[in-house]
Design a protein around this ligand. Structure first.
Ligand code: R5P
Length: 302
C-alpha cells in the first residue's frame, strides 16, 4: 500500500534552506554534473588538488627509462596517485580493471621522436574513452610550434566531444626545444588553452612569476614534472608550484626515475595534499627509502 502523505511523521526541515551542492574547483561552477563528477575523481575534493602519475611517455618515445615494465615497476606506485596519466594501450594491456582511482587518458599522438613532434592528431575516440571509463582526456598543445593551429584544433575538437558526454579535457602545453620557458610564454599558452575550452591545463613550473601563470588561467593548472632532478629539487618545485596556485602535479620521471620511486611518490603526495615543506618531505623520502620498499606508507588517506 502506498505511503499516506498525512501520517504526521515526515520531517521537511523547514528551518534549513536547501543547499546547492558545490564542488568549488576553479572555473567549474557552470559544468554539468557528469563533468564535475569526473573532475572530482581527478582533483581530490578535500584538498582541491591532484597527484597524477604521468606514465604516457611511450606514446612518442617508446620504452622510456623506468617504464620498461609498467606491470613490475609502476603498478606498485598507483595506490599513491589520484590519477594515472597513460595511453589506452597500457591501460588495457597492463592496468587491472579493478583499479579504483582515476585515469587521465593520453588522447593525442602520431609523430615519434624521429619526426616533428607538434604534428599530432587526435588518437582516441570519445566513445572509446567512455568505454574505458576514463576521467579526463589529455591533449598536447604546441603554442608557437610548427603545427600550432593543428594541435589547437585537436584540443577544441576533443573539448567539443567531451562537452557532449561530460568528459573533461586537460591541455598539455608542450614547449619546443629552442623555445624559452618563462612565465610570459606559459601565461600565453595556458590562457589560450583555457579560453578555447580546456577544463584544466598541465604546464611547467618556472621559478619567476609562476603565480601570474596560475592567476591568469581561469581553470586549474597542474604542474608538469619534466626531466629528472635531484629529489629535493623536485620536491621544492612541487611545493612552490602548489603554494603559487597550482592545483597539484602531474609528474613522471621525477617519480619513476627516482632511486626509490615509492618513497618519492609518497613524499610528493604529502607536499601536494598536506602542504609539507620540501625539507620535511625529503626526510620522509629518505626514511622510507632506507626502510626499503616493503615498509611502505600504504593507502594514503587524502
Ligand atoms: C609529454 O609532454 C607527456 O605528457 C609526457 O609523456 C609526460 O607526461 C611527461 O612527464 P614528466 O615530464 O613528468 O616525465
Amino acid at each position: 500500500m502506498p505511503e499516506a502523505d498525512d501520517n504526521g511523521q515526515k520531517n521537511y526541515h523547514l528551518d534549513i534552506p536547501m543547499k546547492n551542492p558545490e564542488y568549488g574547483l576553479r572555473g567549474s561552477s557552470a559544468y554539468d554534473w557528469g563533468m564535475s563528477n569526473r573532475l572530482a575523481r581527478v582533483f581530490n575534493p578535500d584538498t582541491g588538488r591532484t597527484l597524477m602519475l604521468a606514465i604516457d611517455h611511450g606514446y612518442f618515445q617508446g620504452p622510456t627509462t623506468g617504464l620498461e615494465r609498467i606491470d613490475v615497476d609502476i603498478l606498485p606506485l598507483a595506490p599513491y596517485a589520484d590519477a594515472l596519466m597513460l595511453t589506452r594501450g597500457i591501460l588495457r594491456s597492463t592496468v587491472p580493471p579493478t583499479y579504483q582511482k582515476s585515469i587521465v587518458m593520453r588522447a593525442s599522438g602520431g609523430p615519434s621522436i624521429l619526426k616533428e613532434l607538434s604534428n599530432e592528431e587526435i588518437a582516441v575516440d570519445i566513445e572509446d574513452a567512455l568505454r574505458m571509463n576514463v576521467s579526463a582526456l589529455a591533449v598536447q598543445v604546441f603554442i608557437g610550434g610548427e603545427y600550432e593551429t593543428k594541435s589547437i584544433n585537436n584540443m577544441t575538437r576533443l573539448v567539443d566531444m567531451g562537452l557532449r558526454y561530460g568528459m573533461p579535457v586537460m591541455a598539455v602545453t608542450a614547449v619546443g626545444r629552442d623555445m624559452e620557458r618563462n612565465a610570459k610564454y606559459f601565461r600565453l599558452a595556458c590562457r589560450i588553452c583555457a579560453e578555447l575550452g580546456a577544463q584544466f591545463v598541465k604546464t611547467y613550473y618556472v621559478p619567476e612569476d609562476f603565480e601570474t601563470v596560475t592567476a591568469s588561467c581561469p581553470v586549474p593548472i597542474v604542474m608538469a614534472g619534466g626531466k629528472k632532478l635531484p629529489e629535493l629539487d623536485a620536491l621544492k618545485m612541487a611545493h612552490n608550484a602548489c603554494q603559487q596556485g597550482a592545483a597539484g602535479v602531474d609528474m613522471g620521471r621525477n617519480i619513476f626515475q627516482s632511486d626509490a620511486p615509492e618513497a618519492m611518490i609518497a613524499a610528493v603526495r604529502r607536499v601536494v595534499h598536506e602542504n609539507w615543506n620540501p625539507a620535511e618531505a625529503l626526510e620522509f623520502y629518505e626514511t622510507l627509502k632506507s626502510e626499503g620498499a616493503e615498509k611502505k606508507d600504504k593507502a594514503p588517506s587524502k
